[in-house]
Design a protein around this ligand. Structure first.
Ligand SMILES: Nc1ncnc2c1ncn2[C@@H]1O[C@H](COP(=O)(O)OP(=O)(O)OP(=O)(O)O)[C@@H](O)[C@H]1O
Ligand SMILES: [Mg+2]
Length: 311
């Protein structure tokens, strides 16, 4: 990767469209070997960025999905107790005894995503995605400090493993809770914005090549405008793609006709959102389907509601 433009070009080649800011952040993460923390609203392409980077570099992709209660045993490594027990029984049957050194050896070590990334043989570093770190308990973050700072893991029984080829680490968060300063300090940081209308349309175009231009343009524009409404779950790029794909399958050439309302389940995911989005479209039979949607703005009350404010 020569520079940020090169990163953007390579990501484009695997259908991930980035802006200058994200391309630079990814370039620096690769070149400086520092973890990158990506934040942004749901559906802006945080997870997809890490996946695309691995594809663009033609390297191994390793994913750690975080959730409440995630433990070191699931994220770093675990001892294979069943195999240890079997080995003890076998040794007993043969009249011998296994020592702790025998039992807590590499033979009984089970790699989990982070140790797998540390022990990756290279020569191209793998991309490790630590997805939705804000969902893990905050104590879990402390488990990552050594790895994030030194690309190593200490296993008390075996010593410290340090990566030959340090992995490219991408962490994502939806800011459902604050992360430790100590974690932020160890990472580069980038906030991903929703793509501008032209790039949003290009993303949809790549994902749904069969869709017509008017459908892509009006649907992405409408989804962009709908994000400004007071919604329980603002639609992201995935929803925009689903909507255009659904309408395209139904043969719609643009954002008109009954199917527009019939498919809003792809972009509105709660009963209240259905009502709000349907109102923004203009519910038939009163007038056109796009009754209140004039392009660019929606007529329902606009108030941007952050995820935190809703919690
Ligand atoms: N810049 C982009 N280029 C190409 N596709 C994109 C881009 N941004 C988003 N997408 C598409 O949108 C979908 C949703 O993106 P993704 O799952 O990465 O969002 P996210 O930010 O991780 O959301 P969440 O916070 O809900 O996990 C992806 O599967 C991808 O198809
Ligand atoms: Mg994600």
């Amino acid at each position: 990767m020569k520079d940020a433009q090169d990163v953007a070009r390579r990501l484009d080649a695997v259908d991930y469209l980035t802006d200058d800011g994200l391309a630079m952040a990814l370039f620096l993460a690769v070149r400086l070997g520092k973890p990158l923390l990506l934040e942004g609203e749901p559906g802006v392409g945080k997870t997809a960025a890490a996946k695309a980077l691995a594809r663009a570099m033609d390297t191994t992709f390793i994913r750690l999905q975080c959730y409440e209660g995630l433990t070191a045993g699931e994220a770093l490594y675990e001892w294979n107790y069943q195999r240890q027990l079997l080995a003890i029984r076998l040794a007993e049957a043969q009249g011998s005894r296994l020592t702790d050194g025998d039992l807590f050896s590499a033979e009984f070590l089970q790699e989990r995503p982070i140790l797998r990334a540390v022990r990756h043989p290279g020569p191209v570093p793998p991309v490790l995605l630590i997805d939705e770190i804000d969902r893990a308990d905050d104590e879990f973050e402390a488990l990552l400090f050594e790895f994030l700072g030194e690309a190593g893991i200490t296993i008390p029984e075996l010593g410290t493993f340090t990566a030959h080829t340090p992995p490219i680490v991408v962490l994502t968060s939806n800011r459902s809770r604050e992360l430790h300063d100590a974690l932020r300090r160890r990472c580069l940081y980038h906030w991903i914005e929703f793509p501008a209308p032209q790039r949003a349309a290009e993303i949809v175009r790549r994902a749904v090549p069969t869709a017509t231009e008017p459908l892509i343009r009006t649907a992405t524009e409408f989804v962009g405008a709908v994000r400004g409404l007071e919604l329980d779950k603002a639609p992201g790029m995935a929803e925009a793609i689903d909507w255009v794909a659904a309408l395209s399958v139904l043969g719609a050439a643009d954002l008109a006709g009954d199917d527009v309302l019939g498919t809003i389940g792809t972009i509105a995911k709660t009963p209240d959102d259905r009502v709000t989005v349907a109102a923004a479209l203009g519910t038939p039979p009163a007038g056109s389907v796009l009754g209140t949607y004039q392009g660019g703005q929606c007529s329902a009350p606009t108030r941007r509601v952050s995820r935190e404010a809703q919690q």
